[in-house]
Design a protein around this ligand. Structure first.
Ligand code: ZN
Length: 387
């Protein structure tokens, strides 16, 4: 069965990389940011808003979609793209992270993750094979292997045992995908024959474990590689160091995805260390809480200082929210609890993130990334006015 996924490296500036990957649902330019569409919906956003903001790919959460409305139902609708009406690329996570962070009474064994639904208490077993099957029915363009999520801080022994289990689970995930691809697991009901699968490098903050994990993932062989288990409370300099050292260990000709990060500064700093893909709930979640990212730092729109501020959220932003509305109006909507507050704020924050990625890509292609990085970090840290 043909694999519909390919990655091309188009340029570099230092360790920063410019590239693109092809999927059965279109091309994504990298470095890329993926808005998080938890339940098959980026909260408060219509798909046309996402397109206008420049989103080329979104992320779907397998845990949520598996529990509700269920992957068999989505599979019968032809897969996630068709069900949600998003014709562009989609990446799904394995569900593991939410099992670790949301589910009740979870128990991890070699077999998989035994847990109870946070919705209705029903019992479930998420094995590596089940995580592959569920994502096959969802039909995302990129599926992730099931890995064990390690709490921070963890001892070296804990990190080593967890990483070794994740390697064994990754091998099982790859074997299962190969069965689906070669037709020997046709009963699964896969909806996207060109689905790619990414491995995940774990190992906590221990670089020798990270190296071992990366080597094992490369030996198994995936279409791309993610760095997991960071942005979980470790000091920022340590995170950047682990990202830099781990990215160096990964194949040059394949995409590198840093899971769950981060702030605008994290995006720029981790592109500088060789990362191609990001996802984070920060722009969407913070927007709903009234925290807006701007080219001059973060602002809290609920602050009284904006009550009669007729300027846009960010004079440098060209999104619909900034073109149309004042800070004073957005503050009023937020204080009045209007639903449009969440929608307009999210549109701005995602536009800011996606514009930042475009500027990063431009800077790499003009080989001015280092200057861009220094200017960006200076302005982004200039004011955190209201936090
Ligand atoms: Zn804006």
């Amino acid at each position: 069965m043909p694999n519909g996924f390919s990655f091309a490296l188009l340029g570099a500036d230092g360790a920063a990389r410019l590239g693109e990957f092809r999927t059965p649902h279109g091309v994504v330019q990298t470095p890329a940011f993926m808005p998080v569409g938890t339940q098959g919906s980026v909260k408060a956003m219509r798909h046309r808003d996402l397109e206008e903001a420049g989103a080329q790919i979104i992320l779907g959460n397998t845990y949520h979609l598996y529990l509700r409305p269920g992957d068999p139902l989505i599979g019968r609708r032809g897969g996630l793209h068709r069900f949600i009406g998003w014709p562009h690329p989609i990446l799904t996570d394995s569900g593991g992270y939410q099992v670790f962070s949301l589910a009740d009474r979870r128990k991890i064994t070699e077999d998989g993750a035994d847990f109870r639904s946070h919705l209705d208490g029903s019992p479930h077993l998420l094995t590596p094979e089940a995580a592959v099957d569920i994502q096959a029915r969802l039909g995302s363009d990129i599926a992730m292997v099931l890995d064990e999520c390690l709490a921070y801080p963890a001892s070296r022994d804990e990190a080593a045992h967890s990483m070794e289990r994740s390697v064994r689970w990754a091998a099982r995930c790859r074997t299962r995908l190969m069965e689906i691809r070669d037709g020997s697991a046709s009963d699964v009901g896969a909806t996207n024959p060109g689905q790619a699968q990414f491995g995940i490098v774990q190992g906590g903050v221990f670089q020798d474990l990270r190296d071992q994990s990366a080597g094992a993932a490369i030996d198994i062989g995936f279409e791309g590689y993610a760095i997991g288990g960071l942005s979980v409370g470790e000091p920022i300099d340590l995170m950047y160091a682990v990202v830099a050292d781990t990215a160096r260990r990964l194949p040059e000709g394949q995409p590198r995805y840093l899971m769950g990060a981060g702030t605008p500064a994290d995006l720029v700093e981790c592109v500088a260390r060789g990362i191609d893909m990001f996802d984070c709930v920060l722009p969407t979640r913070n927007a709903r809480n009234g925290q807006l990212f701007t080219s001059e730092g973060r602002i809290n729109i609920k602050n009284a200082r904006y009550a009669e501020d007729d300027g846009p959220v960010d004079p440098a932003c060209h999104c619909y929210t900034c073109r149309t509305h004042s800070r004073a109006y957005l503050r009023h909507l937020y204080m009045a609890g209007e639903m449009t507050a969440g929608a307009l704020n999210t549109l701005h924050n995602l536009s800011f993130y996606l514009d930042t990625m475009q500027r990063i890509r431009d800077a790499i292609s003009f080989r001015t990334f280092d200057r861009f990085r220094q200017e960006f970090l200076r302005s982004a840290s200039r004011l955190s006015l209201d936090s």
